[in-house]
Ligand binder design. Structure first.
Ligand code: ZN
Length: 180
């Protein structure tokens, strides 16, 4: 069985006048994430992880921020599109593990909702989606508490993708020994 693993990282700045969407959930906060779409840092990283697992490029390639049709788009739609791409390649998601890195707001109470939103988009169970959170201990651009204008997130994701259809399996690699 051929498993594949991808990883994704994303960053957005927190600014006044924007909504804060993380993991498909609207989080009440006095600042929101700035970006061309809804700037959902967690979903963007998961998109990149899905694409990366199959070497399908990255989120900027599939959804360029110069394209008006993606302006203010809900990133859950981007995630669902990425999921379609991987299913077209014969894969499905086994699990997602992610880590958010931000000082404020605290997101613990929203994690179950994030897990639900992500699991529904990726056709897995809630227990297949892990959302962890950490801070930078006030260090660096994610850590200036009083500013709280920058949000940085390092969701390191490992969606394991499992071949579902035997017909879609690629030909096995023919390994030619170097000594021949
Ligand atoms: Zn992003």
């Amino acid at each position: 069985m051929s498993y594949r693993i991808g990883s994704g990282v994303d960053f957005h700045q927190l600014v006044i006048g924007k909504e804060l969407w993380i993991g498909g959930v609207l989080i009440p906060h006095h600042k929101g994430a700035d970006g061309h779409s809804d700037a959902d840092v967690l979903l963007h990283a998961i998109c990149d992880a899905l694409l990366g697992a199959l070497a399908l490029g990255d989120i900027g390639f599939h959804f360029p921020n110069t394209d008006e049709k993606f302006k203010n788009i809900r990133s859950i739609l981007l995630l669902e599109h990425c999921y379609q791409l991987i299913t077209k390649s014969g894969y499905t998601v086994v699990n997602v593990d992610s880590t958010l890195c931000l000082e404020n707001p605290k997101i613990k109470e929203y994690v179950p909702m994030m897990q639900l939103a992500i699991s529904q988009s990726l056709k897995v169970t809630v227990k297949d989606v892990s959302v962890k959170a950490t801070t930078t201990e006030t260090m660096g651009f994610a850590g200036i508490k009083s500013l709280s204008s920058s949000l940085s997130v390092y969701p390191t994701l490992a969606p394991r993708l499992l071949k579902v259809s035997p017909q879609l399996r690629p030909e096995p690699f023919s390994v030619v020994p170097l000594w021949k």
